[in-house]
Design a protein around this ligand. Structure first.
Ligand SMILES: Nc1ncnc2c1ncn2[C@@H]1O[C@H](COP(=O)(O)OP(=O)(O)O)[C@@H](O)[C@H]1O
Ligand SMILES: [Mg+2]
Length: 256
């Protein structure tokens, strides 16, 4: 479904991501793990062309369902972004429009890609949120992002991401801003979403525990390079790269 080949991304001529090769198959969960600043967000943002100012793909290919994404014009990319490929970010409240109620957000997400009535958008949002286990969906639909708790906002963000039936969801640190108990619920929710909708997930986290719980295949990023890539079991139990080994050993263990 997604095949990244020899990807290089620069910020103002400074190479940040280099020679990255990875693939995501339909329905698969691929986890990207690595320390802060290793280039994980840069990698996923380059897929849908939402790099911060100064960022640019300088080499390589990103194939997605028969399209070469790096050569798409803005209009063509707009048709893919939010439809076939959706994104969930670390801080849902910061990425939602603060002046829009949640039902307006659902409307906007759908309306960008097809004609739709406000009422229909509201119904779709309500049904998705109910599926995701959000109680009192009507109240949520009438709320502004700041009125939601972190965990609730992240679940709403998942519902918004699913609204156009994406084939691939890019999730950049979707659990990192949440309390541990809410994190667990979010992990279960994303797994349920994959099982129910069959969408693939490219999941970024600095937390090996989250990746170990969710991913089928794992890539380890270190200083902008993918230093390890393979099935989760292989990477976790037989890491080939010293950095992966150190990263696994760095997972804190509770001691009494
Ligand atoms: N807008 C930017 N301009 C210049 N450099 C950036 C920008 N965003 C990120 N970087 C640099 O790119 C590197 C990778 O960042 P990032 O992809 O955010 O890493 P991660 O998501 O793994 O924490 C870091 O060294 C960071 O300083
Ligand atoms: Mg990041």
């Amino acid at each position: 479904m997604l095949k990244i080949h020899n990807l290089e991304v620069c910020y103002d001529k400074h190479i940040t991501v280099q020679n990255v090769n990875l693939s995501v198959q339909a329905g698969e969960i691929v986890g990207i793990v690595g320390e802060s600043g290793s280039g994980k967000s840069t990698l996923v943002r380059s897929v849908v062309d939402i790099l911060p100012k100064g960022g640019c793909v300088t080499n390589g290919c990103i194939h997605f369902c028969g399209k070469e994404l790096t050569t798409l014009k803005d209009k063509q990319m707009n048709a893919v972004r939010g439809k076939d490929i959706a994104m969930i970010f670390q801080h849902p409240q910061l990425t939602m429009e603060p002046l829009m109620t949640i039902d307006q957000a659902f409307y906007e997400c759908i309306h960008v890609h097809r004609k739709c009535e406000r009422r229909e958008a509201r119904e779709i949002g309500k049904s998705l949120m109910t599926d995701l286990g959000l109680e009192k969906p009507d109240r949520i639909l009438n709320s502004y992002p700041f009125e939601l708790s972190g965990g609730m906002a992240q679940r709403v963000a998942v519902a918004l991401a699913l609204v156009n039936g994406p084939k691939l969801v890019l999730a950049d640190e979707p659990t990192s801003a949440l309390d541990v108990t809410v994190q667990r619920k979010m992990i279960d929710l994303l797994l349920r979403v994959r099982d129910k909708t069959g969408c693939a997930l490219l999941l970024v986290s600095h937390n090996f525990g989250v990746i170990a719980k969710m991913a089928d295949r794992v890539g380890v990023m270190y200083r902008g390079k993918l230093v390890e890539w393979g099935l989760k079991e292989e990477v976790l139990y037989r890491p080939q790269h010293g950095y992966t080994d150190r990263l696994i050993r760095a997972i804190p263990k509770i001691q009494w």
